[in-house]
Design a protein around this ligand. Structure first.
Ligand code: RB5
Length: 147
């Protein structure tokens, strides 16, 4: 799967862990930055390009990391077609995809440890939208809202 990643300074260290991990799972990774640690950088500068790439399907899924994951989720969901959520637990990492067609995973680099973050990324990348009738119905209500 082609997966885009992005992080500000709060998520930079975790992004450096997640990128090779995704490659080890045989995913293709597009890095939207930051490319160096800059404690003054702003997460929208990286999360917006990533989110646009998810929306245009340049990448199939995205992973955005800031310090808490909150800002990344807020800005990502401003882009039409993006369904982003801050995820801290294994259940939500797969159920969010299966039921809600989540296409952008947000993580808190200062919240989630490396081992747990890897598990969340793995299960997110392996999960598929179920396509169940009630889930499609709910998704269509969100798509209509975006029109
Ligand atoms: C940056 O210091 C921090 O505010 C940011 O990474 C993120 O946590 C915002 O939600």
């Amino acid at each position: 799967m082609k997966i885009g990643i992005a992080a500000d300074h709060g998520g930079f260290e975790l992004k450096q862990i997640i990128q090779p991990f995704l490659l080890s799972l045989n995913h293709e990774v597009i890095d939207f930055g930051a490319y160096e640690l800059n404690n003054l950088d702003d997460y929208p500068d990286y999360v917006i390009p990533l989110s646009k790439a998810v929306a245009t399907k340049e990448v199939e899924r995205g992973i955005a990391i800031c310090g808490s994951g909150v800002g990344a989720a807020i800005v990502a969901n401003k882009i039409r077609g993006v369904r982003a959520s801050l995820i801290n637990d294994h259940f939500s990492a797969h159920q969010g995809v299966e039921d809600d067609d989540m296409n952008l995973l947000c993580l808190g680099g200062r919240i989630t440890g490396f081992a747990v973050a890897k598990e969340l990324v793995k299960v997110f990348s392996e999960s598929k939208f179920s396509g169940g009738e009630k889930y499609v119905r709910r998704l269509n209500k969100i798509i209509n809202l975006e029109k």
